[in-house]
Design a protein around this ligand. Structure first.
Ligand code: GLY
Length: 363
């Protein structure tokens, strides 16, 4: 017989980095918190994520509100990482490494010039580099590279470590953690408020327009140690990709963008495209060992921004989902916004669920 769930002020449904960070912050504010996941903690998009903290690379002229929140959360990451380290002893792998957006040919060089101009108009820090200067900074880059854009404020953390730190922080803070617990009927949860942090699955209730966007990726390892590259490298379109160095000879090569429902199969084509493009950018990568081929599901929304706040039709429900390509980045900010919401606040921001109220079906 399974233990009954304890009564709590707040039940957080979903044990990825967003749910864990919300649970931790809510507990720090004095709330009794129950965290539930139907599988293992951090086993979904959090485990598959690259961990780029990349508000500048991900900036889009049509997504100004998202940019503001991405920048604010990036600003909070150093303190968030340090606090997690202090509380748990777990190093989350924060690396202030910066990023390079690379152009392999003339088309991509024009794309990089447009991206540079856009970011300069937005007041974001970028630096145009000739191929020779990019190679001086990262000697393993292909000699044929034409142009690069340095993004000195886009960094990275290691999501698996972030998850481990957040689990430890939750347990130490006294969050009641129940993994492997099915929670299909939210009405039966013994809590005053319910936070939905189920990522791509948050759309299952049809109340909010969240859909899965598949990303395939590879974890690579250099048995001879670090040194292939130091910065995050990015390239594309037409098939955008990135390489995230962990600083110890491990690398994360990602990621496809596929609208295939809840399919998480790793395909030959997906892996081929990642390796083909990465090999053109940094040929030495093809010598690395493959540790893992994986696929995860980003929680996408119609405007690519997350859904954070109390449900306009049901005060008991708080949404914390739809973080799409920026879940790790937005973790510190979302956790604070939801903790505010759970302690009587109603922070005024552009991520609130009201903007989709008409799209979801009634509960
Ligand atoms: N954060 C990058 C991606 O979702 O692929």
């Amino acid at each position: 017989m399974t233990n009954p769930l304890p009564h709590a002020d707040v039940a957080v449904v979903g044990g990825g980095v967003i749910g864990l960070a919300v649970a931790w912050r809510a507990r720090q504010r004095g709330l009794d918190v129950l965290l539930i996941d139907r599988g293992d903690l951090g086993a979904g998009a959090s485990r598959a994520a690259a961990g780029m903290l990349a508000p500048v690379a991900e900036a889009d002229a049509q997504e100004r509100a998202l940019l503001v929140h991405n920048l604010e959360s990036a600003r909070r990451w150093p303190a968030f990482a340090a606090e997690l380290g202090d509380v748990t002893g777990v190093d989350v792998g924060y690396r202030a490494c910066g990023s390079l957006l690379l152009a392999r040919d003339r088309d991509e060089a024009e794309h990089v010039e447009r991206e540079r101009a856009l970011r300069e108009r937005m007041g974001l820090k970028v630096e145009r580099l000739l191929g020779s200067e990019a190679r001086r900074r990262e000697p393993a880059l292909a000699p044929s590279l034409r142009l690069a854009l340095a993004l000195p404020d886009d960094h990275a953390v290691e999501p698996i470590r972030v998850t481990a730190a957040l689990i430890e922080a939750c347990v130490r803070a006294g969050v009641h953690v129940r993994a492997g617990t099915d929670v299909s009927d939210l009405a039966t949860l013994p809590a005053e408020r319910v936070v939905i942090a189920t990522g791509a699955w948050a759309g299952e209730s049809r109340r909010m327009p969240v859909r899965p966007v598949k990303g395939q990726a590879l974890r690579l390892r250099d048995p001879s140690g670090p040194g292939l590259c130091d910065r995050v490298l990015r390239w594309g379109p037409p098939t955008p990709g990135y390489l995230v160095p962990r600083g110890d000879g491990r690398y994360y090569l990602g990621a496809t963008m596929e609208e295939r429902g809840f399919d998480t199969a790793v395909t030959a084509l997906g892996v081929y495209e990642l390796l083909r493009d990465a090999g053109e950018v940094i040929p030495g990568l093809l010598e690395l060992e493959i540790e893992e081929a994986l696929a995860g599901l980003r929680p996408g929304t119609p405007d690519n921004a997350p859904i954070v706040g109390t449900d306009p039709a049901d005060e008991r429900i708080v949404w914390a989902t739809g973080h799409f390509r920026n879940g790790i980045l937005l973790c510190p900010l979302t956790a604070e916004l939801v903790a505010d919401e759970l302690t009587g606040g109603r922070p005024d921001h552009a991520l609130r669920p009201e903007r989709f109220a008409a799209e979801g079906a009634p509960a």
